[in-house]
Structure formats: structure tokens, C-alpha cells
Ligand binder design. Structure first.
Ligand code: AHN
Ligand code: ZN
Length: 328
């Protein structure tokens, strides 16, 4: 009799243990939810790129940077409500003794939900065109490298207001991502590093994070980025599977790409949030890592493709509204 009770106890404990650990795994376990998914408007996303480019280059301490910050705050406040938008202001050491005034911009949707996901992009642009053959010391416009990821997220914000997402969503726009000189990683990712070391909400632990970087160019290809595969392969595979189902398999190609240092690596390493990067880059076999216009003055509106924006937008919206396992 005692043995039998003991056995029950063990079985009970095992059951509780297994159901808890399964609950944990569910956070990156996806299933069709039978929910309606709002339609991504690529014209609107394109317009959000134009609006950012109107301010000119948006590198730290520039006039365009200050103006873009105000624009992003105002626009997000319009969609999330003023109470749920926050500018995390901080300073960082730049080159030549400069002090950079930087801001991460955060907007929360469905703010009551404790069950959350995170979407991010960098909003700053590069202060130099080091891959160009002319005017290398002039800041770039960053239509793809900067504005595109932000524009897709602003379009999401617009849709979140009209169609509240089934899970809490935080949009985080990082500053100071692209400030560093090539080979000097310590001056890249200034915003994500500050944010991860000083999280505005203590204990913040979304299910996962998706970084969008250079998601608007013509002829874009998104191989499965190497660090993303290391940190959150289930999420990568789900996103690429959705893209395949929706006919965006020429954009989201089923190849393992290089390992690209970017804001998602910072988030993974410092906070342990499973994070992936949807980033245009070339497959390992190619000589050049990035697009031909990367870090040149050709990264302007002329290389932006609404088709690319649409493929990324529709794929990620399907994930958010219809694949994330949420019981309501
Ligand atoms: C490096 O260039 C080391 N990583 C790519 C991060 C980046 C730059 N994304 C946009 N610009
Ligand atoms: Zn860049």
C-alpha cells in the first residue's frame, strides 16, 4: 500500500514536471490557429521608408537623427497610444571624443498581456559610406539599411491598432546599430547593448524576438542566418516554412547563411531571449557578404522593392496572428 502511494507520488511529480517543461517548449512551438490575418500594405510600408528618407541621413548626433526620432515617437504614439510608447535615452562614447545622444524607441501593443513577443529593427543609419568609391566620409541615406526594417514595423503598428494581436507585442527600434567602423565591433550595436543591460521592464522575457535588417531591397535573398539557427532554429524554420507556403520561397531561401553579428546576437547573449535575424545577405559561397549597394550612397529609394517588403510583411504577420500558440 505504501509502495503504491509512493508510486502515485512519483508519477504525479513526473507529470507536473513534464507538463511544465512542455509548457516551456510550447513557447517556440507553432500551430495553425485558424485566426484571421490582416493584410500587409506594401504601399504604406514604402511610404514609411519615404518619410524616414525625407529627414536625410539619420546617423547619431545629426539633424536627421533628431527629426526622425520625433517622427518615430509621434507615429508610434498614434498607433499604440502615448502611454505605451517610450524613448530610452542614453549616451555612448563615439569616435574622436564625441558623446553620442542615442535613443531606443519602444512601443507596446496589447500591453496587458504577460505573454509577449518582440519585434525589432535599427533606426539609425551609418555615418559613413565606407563601401562606396566616392564620398566615403559622408553619411548614407540607408533606405534598406535602417529604414526598411523600421517601415515594416511601422506598418505592423498601424495594423495592430486596427486588429489587436492575439499576444502582447513589443516593437523595439534600436539606435546606434551601425555606428562602428568596420572591424571594430565594440562601436556597433550601441542601442541593443544598452537596452539589454538596462531593460526598461525588469525580468522582461518575451517568447522570442525577430530582428528585421535590410528587408526592402530589390532582388533580396534571406538565407537562414547562422546565429539565428544556433539560437532559435525552431523559429527560423517556422518563418521559412510560412514563407514557402505563401510562395515567398525565392525571398526566404532554404539555405543556411553566414553568421552575421547584429542586434539579435546581443539580445540572445545578454538576455537569453531566443532571437533571429531576417537579414539580406549572400550565401556562404559568395565573396561579398551583402548587397552591392550596402554601405554606399546607392542605398536610396531606387533600390527599394514593394515586393520584398510585402513578402517579409505577410510572412511575419502570419506568424504573429496565426501560428503562435495562444489559448484565449
Ligand atoms: C556587420 O557588418 C559586422 N554586421 C552587419 C550588421 C549590419 C550593418 N547591419 C546593417 N548594417
Ligand atoms: Zn549597415
Amino acid at each position: 500500500m505504501i509502495n503504491f502511494r509512493f508510486l502515485l507520488l512519483i508519477l504525479g511529480a513526473a507529470f507536473i514536471f513534464l507538463s511544465c517543461s512542455e509548457g516551456e517548449e510550447d513557447r517556440l512551438n507553432f500551430k495553425e490557429q485558424g485566426r484571421e490575418v490582416p493584410e500587409f500594405n506594401a504601399d504604406s510600408a514604402y511610404h514609411f521608408i519615404e518619410r524616414q528618407l525625407d529627414f536625410g541621413p539619420r546617423n547619431p548626433n545629426s539633424k536627421g537623427h533628431q527629426q526622425a526620432k520625433e517622427y518615430l515617437l509621434n507615429t508610434l504614439q498614434q498607433y499604440a497610444g502615448a502611454r505605451y510608447v517610450y524613448a530610452q535615452n542614453f549616451t555612448a562614447k563615439g569616435y574622436d571624443g564625441d558623446t553620442l545622444s542615442l535613443s531606443n524607441i519602444i512601443a507596446s501593443f496589447n500591453p496587458q498581456s504577460s505573454d509577449r513577443i518582440m519585434l525589432c529593427a535599427h533606426w539609425d543609419t551609418r555615418p559613413r559610406a565606407d563601401k562606396d568609391s566616392v564620398n566615403q566620409d559622408k553619411p548614407i541615406l540607408g533606405a534598406d539599411d535602417g529604414a526598411s526594417g523600421v517601415a515594416v514595423l511601422l506598418e505592423f503598428a498601424r495594423l495592430f491598432k486596427e486588429n489587436p494581436p492575439p499576444i502582447g507585442v513589443d516593437i523595439v527600434l534600436f539606435d546606434g546599430e551601425d555606428y562602428g567602423k568596420e572591424g571594430e565591433l565594440s562601436k556597433y550595436f550601441l542601442g541593443s547593448r544598452y537596452w539589454a543591460n538596462n531593460p526598461p521592464v525588469a525580468g522582461y522575457s518575451p517568447r522570442f524576438s525577430i530582428l528585421l535588417d535590410m528587408v526592402g531591397g530589390q532582388n533580396a535573398r534571406f538565407p537562414k542566418e547562422g546565429y539565428s539557427m544556433q539560437f532559435a532554429p525552431a523559429l527560423v524554420n517556422e518563418v521559412w516554412a510560412i514563407a514557402d507556403e505563401k510562395g515567398f520561397d525565392e525571398l526566404f531561401i532554404p539555405e543556411i547563411g553566414n553568421k552575421i553579428s547584429d542586434d539579435h546576437v546581443v539580445i540572445n547573449r545578454i538576455l537569453g531571449i531566443p532571437s533571429i535575424d531576417i537579414i539580406r545577405h549572400n550565401s556562404s559561397s559568395t565573396n561579398s557578404q551583402f548587397a552591392p549597394y550596402w554601405h554606399t550612397h546607392n542605398d536610396n529609394l531606387s533600390i527599394i522593392s514593394k515586393n520584398t517588403l510585402n513578402g517579409v510583411g505577410e510572412t511575419v504577420l502570419e506568424l504573429i496572428y496565426n501560428r503562435v500558440n495562444v489559448s484565449d
